[in-house]
Design a protein. Structure first.
Lengths: 607, 481
């Protein structure tokens, strides 16, 4: 008999145990322990590819708003939208304002309307140095419009300031000079350490943020802006008040197809010897899109016609009247103070328009006599541009003159209440007329800032063109979408110091095999605001053959499109040293491979 | 307190095994030994409640027949892969696979694996004539179906089975009505209690829901039940799975008739009905791999490291019809035997359904239930046995049996979860009548298959060579009153 009867259940259990099936369990993962000085740990890293093909990622407006930090959306640039069509359309819209409605516009807008509609015939020369021409006309029987039209070589009813010229001038002088039209924010990288990227001249940089916010920030972004240099004048901006532009419908979505390894790289956090994930998206972004396929990207749900519902354009004038020049020197623009004025001011803008206008006026002289038969023939007025000069008090129409130099010579026999206008450049003439007309209606100097609100202004770009432009831009620079793509496949985990990579099989033999990649700043995970969760604190990135870190084993080799990581090819028996982001020294010994796509390392903290 | 202690130490499966007569199975799911070797379709004993309730009608006295036994088995499998496989530590999911990822070494024979199940057994039968020479009632507690396997966890068979324990016991009430000396009729009804546990590596490459999930991500893939070998048996997708404590309840019946053309010649015909078994238990699957727990979380794939939940296992126990013959050659000799036709074709698959909220991956269209079918597509089987019995003395009877069972498993689906083949059966038995009322019965029973070479396994899951040998010894006490 059994003395100890309590052993019976044990014996029974042992006898019957073979009939039992073991339950699947998962042991609790041990808590990560910091690696202390001298600690030695063996780790295995695997490289696994999940090669997604035509992996469709669809982003609705809500997705974009909810899933991505504002910073990322701001830095996701879609295109530099050419503003010329919009500005032209805005000016055309202003010009097209029915005359009956003009009195209802603000005074400065009325004056701008007048300037844009100004012809030789409609121009009032009152209050300008050209006013004596009115007297000349009375004296010789010519209307001042005739002399002015002939001088400019246009029909008396043809606008002197064309929309095309004004548009170009606004783009070049008002828009392009705005700080936010010169640079846009983007991700910080080696080529853009300040996170600023140049914008195409005369363009509006459009980011995903703009699209999802219906361009609500336009008045702020293109309103008054401080100059980068405190000694420079601040830019007054060119968008004031409302800017209502809704480019998307509720059905908006961006659909992209990518080919990439969807799995993260497995790396090691030396701090505690744990395996960590490094997002693999950025390093693959250059090859992620199949640009040979038409549908690598689709943007749906844009409004059928891109129209700005309402916009207010502003152009500031100088606080003082800017005197026109009186000397041909300094060539080629003369001595007017307008050339020292900021380019975005109205006066400078008009001067620039005039310079451009003058370029199309051929050098010529026109002579005018009194009406009817005069014997001997009598020339009362000579109006010249680009030629003619007073020599010893006598006007010689054939004398050489600077380009666009304007001279009006009146015979002494013509009695005038005031002297004829002195010679000057064409732009000096126009600058004076424009400034005077701008202040019609009792506006004082400094009160003539132009501001006109327009509605239903076509952007001037079709949706198809817009989409094509976005696709072209991203095709040229797929990295523009890397932050978005990375977040779409967010799988960074832990704080890897380096990771394991196996190049694709189609690489040359010398590149195939097992590689360790040292992390870059781009590998560090971002927080909810799109900011890195930790600083890139590696003072000596890379792998070294010696503990003194003098003999570097790694280099930046281009593998599978990656050109940013320090990397080293490894084999069993290799010994490497590296500093982590807390400047602790580690020794890595490469052990025999546990599997074809895995490596084993013995890691020792040496310092 | 002692009961609690015992329960704590002895898992349910072991307790269940205590009651079963066999654990390494015979053809299909048949247990290798159900009753004493002296019981058969034409035998007139308490075990007739199982073999042929009509024979209960011929019992003139009450009888108790109870036995215990031990079953040992030797099951060996030499896997021989004939398919093409990719390197197990990669994850190329759409065939054809880039040759760079093909594992040239993963072909041909693997190391042999074997299982040596050892299990106790037991059964109990009781019969009592309630109307003398007319009506006898019987009770049986026995296990007609059982299988127990324990293969190495890391063997080449691990995707087929690592461990399995499936048994059904029946509590059977029967009645036999003796019409006259020539004819007797009988019928019985049985409560069927099933118990199942199993473990294996679940290859997610063969799971339709997983294939659908990748399709939801727009990734054309070759996964699913018909996955080619190129995408099977990948490390990351081979996840340990266990079904535990699965219990099924069912009811079945049997009927029989015995015809005795002469006093020496007996003919028995019986029918045992099928039973649909639905086991309900608990499952656990180890998904503790970053692929399942974190790497694709942004795409909607994020399981807990260990997913547990409810599971069902469904299959149908087959119906069978048996024709038994017995003839008393003289006072000392008797020969008997039977032919049994078993409708194992009713068992087309083991259907495992696992349900847990933790299985749901809504973004991938994966619900909280995963269904995994283990196709069996079994064939009907024939079981033939012939026995000679010799009364050596007044108190001693000896018997010898030869038999054959045809395999249920076809080449397409055979694997280590159901090793099978042309089975030869041999048995020796003896009866010692201790007294006119009490007898001791001893049996030794052997069965084995000739090495079965399989080359036509679907998806190369079970190609290789199977060997099986089972030995059972049993002792019974028979008392008549």
């Amino acid at each position: 008999m059994f003395r100890n009867t309590s052993s019976i259940p044990l014996l029974l259990a042992a006898l019957l145990a073979p009939a039992c099936v073991e339950e699947v369990t998962v042991p609790e993962a041990p808590a990560a322990e910091p690696v202390e000085l001298g600690d030695e740990r063996r780790v295995e890293l695997r490289f696994l590819r999940l090669d997604a093909k035509d992996f469709v990622q669809e982003l609705s407006l809500e997705d974009i708003k909810q899933r991505f930090p504002e910073k990322i959306l701001r830095e996701t640039w879609l295109l530099d939208m050419d503003l010329e069509p919009l500005i032209r359309n805005a000016l055309l819209t202003l010009i097209a304002t029915p005359e009956a409605d003009v009195p209802h516009l603000p005074r400065s807008a009325q004056n701008m309307w007048k300037l844009l509609n100004m012809t030789a015939k409609s121009t009032s020369l009152d209050g300008t140095s050209l006013a004596p021409l009115i007297g000349v006309g009375e004296a010789v029987g010519l209307g001042p419009a005739t002399i002015l039209a002939d001088l400019i070589a246009v029909d008396p009813n043809e606008p002197i300031i064309t929309v095309d010229l004004t548009t170009r001038a606004v783009i070049d002088n008002v828009v392009s000079t705005h700080p936010n039209a010169q640079f846009r924010p983007g991700p910080v990288d080696a080529e853009h350490p300040d996170g600023k990227y140049p914008v195409a001249p005369g363009s509006l940089p459009v980011s995903l943020w703009d699209v999802v916010t219906d361009f609500a920030e336009m008045p702020v972004r293109f309103g008054p802006a401080e100059a980068a240099d405190p000694d420079d004048p601040d830019h007054p901006g060119f968008i004031g008040g409302a800017f209502k532009f809704k480019a998307t419908t509720p059905d908006f979505k961006m659909v992209v197809k990518v080919d990439l390894n969807a799995l993260p790289y497995k790396g090691l956090d030396l701090t505690d010897g744990t395996v960590a994930n490094v997002n693999s998206t950025k390093s693959q972004i250059l090859s992620a899109f199949d640009f040979t396929s038409e549908d690598w990207m689709n943007i749906e749900g844009l409004v059928p016609a891109l129209v700005v519902e309402e916009m207010t354009m502003t152009i500031d004038e100088d606080k003082e009247f800017v005197a026109s020049g009186t000397s041909p020197d300094p060539a080629p623009l003369g001595d007017s103070a307008v050339w020292q004025k900021p380019r975005w001011l109205f006066e400078r803008l008009i001067a620039e328009v005039a310079v451009a206008r003058a370029g199309s006026i051929p050098a010529h002289c026109t002579e005018y006599g009194p009406k009817g038969q005069v014997d001997p023939p009598f020339i009362a007025v000579q109006a010249c541009i680009g030629q003619g000069a007073f020599v010893d008090g006598v006007f010689d129409p054939d004398a050489a003159a600077p380009e666009s130099w304007t001279s009006i010579a009146i015979d002494d026999s013509v009695l005038l209440d005031s002297p004829p206008p002195p010679p000057s450049y064409f732009w000096d003439v126009l600058l004076e007329v424009a400034q005077v007309r701008l202040h019609d209606g009792g506006l004082g100097e400094g009160e003539g800032d132009i501001s006109f609100t327009l509605k239903q202004v076509p952007v001037g770009t079709t949706v198809d063109d817009l989409v094509a432009q976005i696709k072209t831009n991203i095709q040229k620079n797929p990295a523009a979408l890397s932050a978005i793509a990375e977040l779409l496949n967010e799988n960074t985990e832990g704080r890897a110091d380096f990771y394991y990579y196996v190049p694709k099989a189609d690489n040359p033999p010398e590149l195939r095999g097992d590689w360790l990649y040292f992390v870059t700043a781009a590998d560090i995970e971002n927080d909810a605001d799109g900011e890195p969760v930790r600083p890139y604190g590696y003072k000596k990135p890379g792998f070294f053959r010696d503990a003194k870190l003098t003999d570097k084993a790694s280099e930046v080799v281009a593998i599978d499109g990656d050109t940013s990581h320090e990397k080293v090819k490894i084999a069993a028996g290799d010994v490497l040293y590296m500093l982590d982001d807390e400047q602790r020294l580690f020794k890595l010994v490469v052990e025999d491979k546990p599997a074809p796509h895995s490596i084993a390392l013995t890691v020792t903290r040496s310092r | 307190m002692r009961l609690l202690s015992l329960r704590a130490l002895v898992p349910a499966c072991a307790l269940f095994a205590l009651a079963v007569p066999g654990s390494a199975r015979a053809s299909g799911l048949d247990a290798p030994i159900v009753t004493s070797g002296q019981s058969h379709p034409t035998a007139r004993d308490a075990a007739a409640v199982y073999w042929n309730p009509a024979n209960l009608g011929y019992l003139k006295k009450g009888e108790v027949l109870a036995g215990v036994g031990l079953i040992v088995g030797d099951i060996r499998y030499d896997r021989e892969r004939t398919g093409t496989y990719q390197t197990p530590d990669t994850l190329q999911f759409n065939a054809p696979i880039d040759p760079a990822y093909i594992d040239a070494m993963k072909t041909g024979p693997s190391d042999q694996v074997k299982a040596n199940p050892v299990a106790p057994s037991g059964n109990f039968f009781f019969a009592y004539p309630v109307v003398k020479d007319r009506l006898t009632l019987g009770l049986g507690i026995y296990v007609p179906f059982a299988a127990a396997l324990k293969f190495p966890k890391t063997g080449a068979q691990r995707w087929q089975a690592q461990q399995a324990f499936i048994a059904t016991s029946q509590i059977h009430l029967g009645a036999g009505v003796r019409i006259n000396d020539f004819v007797s009729l009988g019928a019985g009804v049985a409560y069927v209690l099933g118990f199942a546990e199993l473990s294996k590596l679940q290859d997610f490459a063969g799971v339709q829901e997983f294939a659908d999930g990748l399709n939801t991500l727009g990734q054309k893939n070759s996964f699913g039940p018909e996955a080619p070998t190129e995408v099977r048996e990948l490390d990351v997708l081979s996840r340990p799975f266990s079904l535990k404590r699965a219990i099924a309840h069912g009811v079945t019946f049997n009927v029989g008739v015995t015809v005795n053309p002469t006093k020496r010649f007996n003919i028995a015909l019986t029918y045992f009905h099928s039973t649909a078994m639905r086991y309900r238990g608990k499952f656990a699957v180890d998904l503790n791999d970053p692929f399942f727990t974190q790497d694709l979380a942004a795409q909607g794939l994020q399981f807990k490291p260990l997913v547990r939940g409810d599971a069902t296992l469904e299959y149908t126990l087959p119906k069978r019809i048996t024709l038994g013959l017995g003839y008393d050659i003289g006072e000392r000799w008797r020969v008997d035997g039977f032919v049994q036709y078993v409708r194992y074709s009713e068992l087309d698959a083991f259907r495992v359904t696992a349900s847990s909220p933790d299985l749901a991956q809504p973004k991938l269209g994966i619900g909280d239930t995963l269904a995994v079918n283990l196709p069996r597509l079994w064939k009907d089987t024939i079981w033939v046995e012939a026995s000679g019995r010799f009364r050596a003395t007044e108190r001693i009877l000896v018997s010898a049996t030869l038999g054959y069972q045809s395999p249920a498993s076809p080449e397409k689906t055979i694997d280590t979860a159901s090793p099978d083949g042309q089975r030869i059966i041999g048995a020796l038995g003896g009866v010692l009548d201790v007294s006119p009322r009490v007898s001791l019965l001893a049996d030794a029973r052997f069965q084995g298959i000739a090495p079965r070479e399989v080359r036509g396994s679907d998806y190369d899951l079970g190609n290789g060579t199977y060997r099986l040998f089972i030995a059972a010894i049993a002792g019974h006490l028979r008392a008549r009153f």
